[in-house]
Design a protein. Sequence first.
Length: 393
Amino acid sequence: MKRYDFDELIDRRGTDCLKVDGMKKAYGVDDAVPMWVADMDFRTPDFVLEAIRQRCTHEILGYTFPSDNYYQSIVDWVTKRHHWKIEKEYLTFLPGVVPGLAHCLNAFTKPGDKVLIQTPVYMPFHWVPDNLHREVVNNYLFIEEGRFVMDFSSMEKEFNNGCKTMILCNPHNPGGRVWSPEELMQLSDLCEKYGVLVLSDEIHADLTLNGAVHTPFASLSEYAFQHTITLMAPSKTFNLAGLATSFSVIGNPALRSVFVNYLHATELNNGTIFAYVAAQAAYENGTDWVRQLTDYVWENVLLVRDFLSEQVPHIHPMIPDATYMVWLDCRELGMSQKELRHFFYQEAKVVMNDGTAFGPGGEGFMRMNLATPRSNVLRALEGIKCAFDKLGE
Ligand SMILES: Cc1ncc(COP(=O)(O)O)c(C=O)c1O
């Protein structure tokens, strides 16, 4: 079996990449370890790059449709990896999961409708419905024993108050929770009781760590199957975010035709040659790569956990079941959010996403991206320790 090298430091400067080249503009620093935007500092796998190169040997890049083999590669991946038997007809190409969320809101809701999200959560869950003039309903997650749990009782009140749409983050970003089948079943029962439509963002589904198992929400019950639009992509898993390679899975033919008709009307679901080629190559060849990647990321998580507990015990990482994100609870440092930002960006020289960007419930937190070579993680941790030691001087 081929061994992939995740320790290699690849210089991303000068590629217009958001994470490195965009850091100065976004944070005013260019000498910090970039641990913000959710992409990886690892090389996109060779089998994906090779498939793109191979396609370029035919030197006409005209209009291209997604082939049967492209769809089959998704069906096989989802069936094998997530034990969810889907059909090709359920699939629709989308140029991004966030655009997909926006399209779902446009297709299935109208301005003024309530949309429930579980905050703190990935920023566009807040701003996409808000920008589309839907009413965002914040359902707070609790922290119990260092992990997020759902607040079903306030959720039920909101559903009872007329909220008929929810956006689920499964697995959760920034908390890294793989929701258990029991929690998802409880959610499904509640949605059934009130007739709620679920938009389930499962972009992080492949990135499970340390034996955790992802459950696609729509695979759980007949209600969930009939009332969920699942959004997935190979982009996080295989570091392809620059290619726009997402898709939706909709089992219910009536929902599917509403969505597809909406997309067709303005050709919002047209993809590109390289999106199709890359996604297919990733799903056909990616099993070993993902296993090695997630093992590596898990070691990074353990390094952060052990280092912080020994050297900076005031910062508590939420240990993820999935994703390469670690949600750092910095509340014991006793700093305002502005002071926290200064502490990390200027003193520690580590750029992470500010917890408040994830909405209410994010105060006192920062999100650290661990999809980077171990030497970078160590550099960031040493910077944090140094800045922390200085606080006591
Ligand atoms: C939960 C979640 N959904 C969607 C996205 C982005 O998806 P896309 O680039 O396909 O719009 C991200 C990226 O970080 C994410 O964490």
